[in-house]
Design a protein around this ligand. Structure first.
Ligand SMILES: *Cc1c(COP(=O)(O)O)cnc(C)c1O
Length: 428
């Protein structure tokens, strides 16, 4: 009796702030009690009650191969025997960084950290130290982790809670952060150290860059000598083996990575040219450090994933996601609701609407659709049918390499039924 989602969440509420270690997991924006995961295998997660779901959360993109991939598990077992952290250099970190540098053109030097947040925070510090300028431009609705200066207009996490930003962030901390609308090219001046962008915005549901947008940002940065930072925490090694840079053929000055490169363990990384990275301590004046940085377990799991995923795996994932997206949209639309399922490679968005509308190009447009109240009923109806979408309308749909055609077909069938429920709830 005590092994229920309800019981675990109640226990969690006693000892964990809000019952969760990351706000979206609380189901706050969709209502209800979160399922507590006991285990995961491939495309599936199983909760403490023994119910399995086809999982489209996939740790928000950290699991590209699906959960508990046998090769990753095997690799981790081996790594575990050798010791878990030393505070000294290890071969594993060299191997992971070599694998990253080999896949991303122009990436010459990397520094490993333990989360995407740290990666972006450190890249921004490096950009400021290198250019000796203060201002950072970010885009409304893009999420770059929860560091103070970057939490403004931060997309999904804060938007889901209806917060404009966060309490506890001083006006001073965001003084040098300029926020511009996504898909518009801000005009810069020589006080700008860097422009920070998600090359595909995937934290305000999915908003693709318009044709030529990233190249225009590149050109504007070059005009004033600002650095262009791609936050590839979601797109890296997923959109293509070379990430968004390869996909769009636009080269940033600095890259931030996370999620996929940890193979399900905590890792982040940032990198760029030899020249820029030599500003980092111990070679240069920009300080950055971490007790668990380059952790042997995390680097082993990450390397295993990078080595397993070939370009053609991502091509076939993109193809099956494109077809899945079409079927999902058709199924939902046949109920009388309207849906948009924009895709960029294997990334897929999901917007529900009462009537036909066009694909959002920025946060303002995405917000209208994410706040229309339709997602909540749809989400719960899918969950009851064994499909776990993210518990928030601002998240994207993460299809892993472990999702089978059958899983996708089952999901489409569930969506057909769930859309009718959502429509019914909306018209009540
Ligand atoms: C998830 C995410 C981050 C933050 O990564 P954490 O590991 O959660 O700190 C940063 N940028 C983007 C684009 C992300 O999606």
């Amino acid at each position: 009796m005590s092994d229920t989602n309800q019981a675990w969440f109640e226990r969690a509420l006693e000892v964990i702030a809000g019952g969760v270690d990351s706000p979206v997991r609380s189901f706050r924006s969709v209502g209800g009690t979160p399922y507590t995961v006991r285990s995961g295998k491939g495309a599936y997660v199983t909760d403490v009650e023994g119910t399995s779901y086809i999982d489209y959360v996939q740790s928000y993109g950290a699991s590209l191969l699906g959960h508990a991939h046998p090769d990753v598990v095997h690799t981790l077992r081996g790594a575990l025997e050798l010791g878990t952290t030393f505070g000294a250099p290890t071969p594993g970190e060299v191997l992971l960084c070599e694998a990253m540098v080999a896949r991303v053109a122009g990436l010459e030097r990397v520094r490993l950290v333990s989360s995407g947040t740290e990666a972006v925070m450190s890249a921004v510090r490096l950009a400021r130290g290198y250019t000796k300028r203060d201002k950072i431009v970010k885009f409304d609705g893009c999420y770059h982790g929860h560091s103070d200066a970057l939490l403004v207009a931060g997309g999904s996490g804060v938007a889901q809670l209806g917060l404009p930003g966060s309490a506890g962030v001083t006006a001073g901390a965001v003084l040098d952060t300029i926020v511009a609308p996504y898909n518009e090219v801000p005009s810069l001046d020589d006080t700008v150290a860097a422009v920070l962008v998600e090359p595909v915005a995937a934290n305000m549901n999915l908003v693709a860059p318009l044709e030529g947008y990233l190249a225009a940002l590149r050109a504007e940065c070059d005009r004033v000598g600002a650095l262009l930072i791609f936050d590839e925490v979601i797109t890296g090694f997923r959109l293509a083996t070379g990430g968004a840079e390869e996909y769009y053929a636009v080269t940033p000055d600095l890259w931030c990575f996370g999620k996929v490169i940890g193979g399900g363990l905590p890792v982040g990384a940032f990198g760029g040219s030899k020249k820029i990275l030599s500003s980092l301590a111990p070679e240069g004046p920009v300080y950055q450090a971490g007790t668990l940085s380059g952790n042997p377990l995390a680097t082993a799991a990450g390397l295993c994933v990078l080595e397993l995923v070939r370009p053609r795996d991502l091509d076939s994932l993109s193809a099956s996601v494109a077809s899945f997206a079409g079927q999902l949209r058709d199924a939902i639309c046949s109920s009388g609701l309207f849906a948009l399922t924009p895709c960029v490679g294997p990334l897929m968005g999901l917007y529900l609407a009462r009537e036909e509308c066009s694909v959002p190009r920025n946060f303002e447009e995405a917000k209208v659709l994410c706040e229309n109240g339709l997602y909540r009923t749809f989400f719960h109806s899918m969950l009851e049918r064994g499909v776990a979408l993210a518990p928030g309308a601002y998240e994207i749909v993460f299809t892993s390499l472990a999702h089978s055609e059958d899983d996708l077909a089952t999901t489409v069938a569930c969506a057909l039924e769930s859309a009718s429920f959502a429509l019914e709830a909306a018209s009540r």
